[in-house]
Design a protein around this ligand. Structure first.
Ligand code: NAD
Ligand code: AKB
Length: 314
């Protein structure tokens, strides 16, 4: 088999932190290059300080390491993006366009550019949101995701670039804290619960949102990236579902382990973002094309999160 060298941009983030060890296991530690704005606190293998808004710096890393695949994870997420919309737009778009263009110029074999449920807005059905629903997102983050999906399709059709993508739901993990999204509450709640604290939730108790456990999100990513090209019919981004739950349902699930755990509901501006998103996702195209099947439901995810975070806080 020909040797692959994988570049992960935005590797210090929530998904990169968990994805990196899996890529290192698959391809070898010396064939995975992590890149981000700053060095991580702990050494995790090959690392490059990289600002992906700078095409020359990106080109330099790709040339020096003879990169063959790119996972582009750098982005400003939904809630953080609303604090400075033009900054978020510029960063999200410049990095995606640099990755696509540099990948084209350097014959990169495969590129992963994730999208989000944030691509959907007011005119998409809220339940079982279909793959081809209308996309009129309410946040600058969502607008940048829709644009990135269309640019990915364009680079595939015009230049034959093998760009692949998933519309991740809110990703729940114990490995690191999320980076400024609307679904972050579903991670923060576990950290408070295992420490014996109550939790102030920034969403209302009945806010139903699509979520996915990190193990499922990573398996979906690797299954998509390893699927034969003939199986990939969607070049914008695949709908992906794990589970859907409300803050009240998540609280009840945690109370099975910590009966005295309490959540106080204090909705803020993120409620409006959550209300603009789907509640459940139809991911049947991913299931049909490359066999996607989630493994984690709410009880299983809760059990794993509490077991792993209990070890962290011991
Ligand atoms: P994150 O915010 O945790 O991490 C993003 C990383 O990108 C950070 O480490 C940051 O330092 C880095 N970064 C920012 N600007 C950069 C630049 N100019 N150059 C290089 N690195 C830069 O994000 P995440 O949760 O890991 O998400 C990864 C991808 O998945 C993003 O595209 C995000 O939109 C998408 N996504 C995530 C979720 C989720 O719930 N985590 C859901 C849907 C989609
Ligand atoms: C966010 O809440 O912004 C992210 C996402 C669903 O894209 N977690």
């Amino acid at each position: 088999m020909k040797r692959e060298t994988i570049l992960v941009i935005g590797a210090n983030g929530q998904i990169g932190t968990a994805l990196l060890p899996q890529l290192q296991n698959r391809y070898g530690v010396n064939n995975v290059v992590a890149a981000d704005l700053r060095k991580p606190l702990t050494d995790q293998g090959l690392f490059e300080v990289l600002d992906a808004t700078k095409p020359d710096a990106l080109t330099d890393v790709i040339r020096r390491h003879r990169v063959t695949q790119i996972y582009h994870l750098a982005a400003i997420l939904s809630a953080k993006g609303e604090s400075d919309p033009l900054w978020a737009w510029n960063l999200n778009m410049q990095t995606v366009l640099n990755v696509l263009e540099v990948a084209r110029l350097h014959n990169i074999k495969k590129i992963f550019v994730p999208s989000s449920i944030a691509a959907f807005g007011e005119h998409a059905p809220k339940y079982d949101t279909p793959q081809t629903a209308f996309l009129d997102p309410a946040t600058v983050y969502g607008i940048s995701k829709v644009a990135a999906e269309n640019w990915s399709l364009y680079y595939h059709k015009r230049y034959g670039l093998d760009v692949r993508s998933l519309r991740y739901p809110g990703v729940i993990s114990y490995q690191s804290m999320p980076g400024g999204g609307t679904t972050d509450y579903a991670v923060a709640i576990f950290h408070e619960a295992v420490q014996g604290h109550s939790f102030d939730c920034f969403l209302a108790e009945d806010t139903l949102l699509p979520m996915i456990y990190m193990d499922d999100a990573l398996r979906a990513t690797l299954e998509l990236m390893e699927a034969p090209e003939s199986k990939i019919s969607v070049r914008t981004s695949y709908n992906l579902a794990g589970m859907s739950f409300t803050p009240a349902e998540l609280t009840a699930s945690i109370q099975a382990y910590f009966p005295n755990f309490v959540t106080h509901y204090k909705p803020d501006f993120r409620q409006g973002i959550a209300d603009s998103w789907p509640k459940t996702i139809d991911d049947s195209v991913a299931r049909t094309d490359w066999g996607w099947q989630p493994a984690f439901d709410l009880p299983r995810m809760t059990k794993e999160m509490i077991a792993n975070l209990t070890t962290v806080y011991q």
